[in-house]
Design a protein around this ligand. Structure first.
Ligand SMILES: Nc1ncnc2c1ncn2[C@@H]1O[C@H](COP(=O)(O)OP(=O)(O)O)[C@@H](O)[C@H]1O
Ligand SMILES: [Mg+2]
Length: 239
């Protein structure tokens, strides 16, 4: 596919003997925000972890036309893919600023570039600026999610993989975070967004993949999904 930023073909993932991701094809074009929707246990996190090389399996992932390094999460990040994991993975005892600095560690930009990126993150999330010397562990859930995204942005991603950024947040905060992701996408960042909150994700996405029991069961555009009923129908049709 000529305009694909990332192209995934026949990707599988296994935990020991258990195949948690069955042969999966998926792509994201440059500048797209694509959603991956599905219930708990569908394999959404496994898909992201497999792309990053954190889980092993068969299949291929091409990024900007060339294969991604195998089993090499750092190599993936150096190529421009950054994952913001479920549960956020920030370092609680460290300050907000130190957490953000860590995000850029693998990329090793010069000082001026780091400062510029930091200012961008603070512009996007003013609350992080106000709390930059605070311990990350003392932030609210929503602020911790902002920090996790901000830390990802410090690595200058071309593609951001987000695993349920709204999980556990009050609806208003979840909205705020997803709206910010929409802004980021419109400013040119490509995004693969895993969400359980389908309606919000479909407002932002140009396409969505529906997953169930370890595989993609349908690919839809937001206009095909007017209601929760429509979504249920796709699931029922596929099982
Ligand atoms: N570390 C692991 N070891 C063994 N099985 C796992 C592990 N992580 C996830 N699984 C299993 O893989 C399947 C998919 O899980 P996951 O990718 O976390 O789903 P989702 O993110 O859609 O909720 C589930 O059946 C889950 O129990
Ligand atoms: Mg998950």
């Amino acid at each position: 596919m000529a305009d694909a930023l990332i192209e995934i073909k026949g990707l599988t993932a296994r935990y020991g003997q258990v195949e948690a991701l069955h042969a999966t094809d998926l792509h994201v074009r440059r500048g797209e925000l694509v959603a991956v929707l599905g219930p708990n246990g569908a394999g959404k996190s496994t898909l992201l972890r497999r792309v990053m090389g954190l889980v092993q399996g068969a299949g291929s992932v091409h990024f900007e036309g060339t294969p991604l390094p195998v089993n090499d999460p750092r190599g993936c990040t150096k190529r421009g893919i950054v994952m913001v994991p479920e549960g956020r993975g920030i370092f609680g005892p460290m300050t907000v600023l130190d957490n953000l600095d860590l995000g850029a560690y693998l990329i090793g930009h010069d000082r001026a570039e780091l400062k510029r990126r930091l200012e961008q993150v603070f512009e996007l999330f003013p609350r992080l600026k106000e709390r930059q010397t605070q311990q990350a562990g003392s932030l609210s859930g929503g602020e911790q999610q902002m920090l996790a995204i901000g830390r990802g942005l410090m690595a200058a991603p071309k593609l951001l993989l987000l695993d349920e950024p709204s999980l556990g947040l009050a609806p208003r905060l979840a909205d705020e975070i997803l709206t910010t992701l929409g802004h980021l996408n419109r400013s040119g960042l490509s995004v693969l967004l895993v969400e359980q909150k389908a309606p919000m994700a479909l407002k932002l996405a140009s396409r969505a993949y529906l997953m169930a029991v370890g595989q993609v069961v349908a690919e839809v555009t937001p206009d095909q999904i007017g209601s929760a009923n429509d979504l249920a129908r796709y699931y029922l049709a596929s099982t």
